[in-house]
Design a protein around this ligand. Sequence first.
Ligand code: SF4
Length: 57
Amino acid sequence: MDTNPSIGCIVTECQYHSASEDFCTLDKIMVGRTTQYSSNSKETDCESFIPKRDNYS
Ligand code: SF4
């Protein structure tokens, strides 16, 4: 998959992370809340995250 330069990401544990650069490879992602009302960045997260399969092997 191609790197999407519009979505920076350092979560290398995700199967959509670009292996070579700190970017996502998806065309778009969904960002959600981790609490009922988010008041800072720690209370948001990427809901498109899927762990790499090799994390379980
Ligand atoms: S899906 Fe989300 S967590 Fe995974 S690489 Fe893309 S931005 Fe990062």
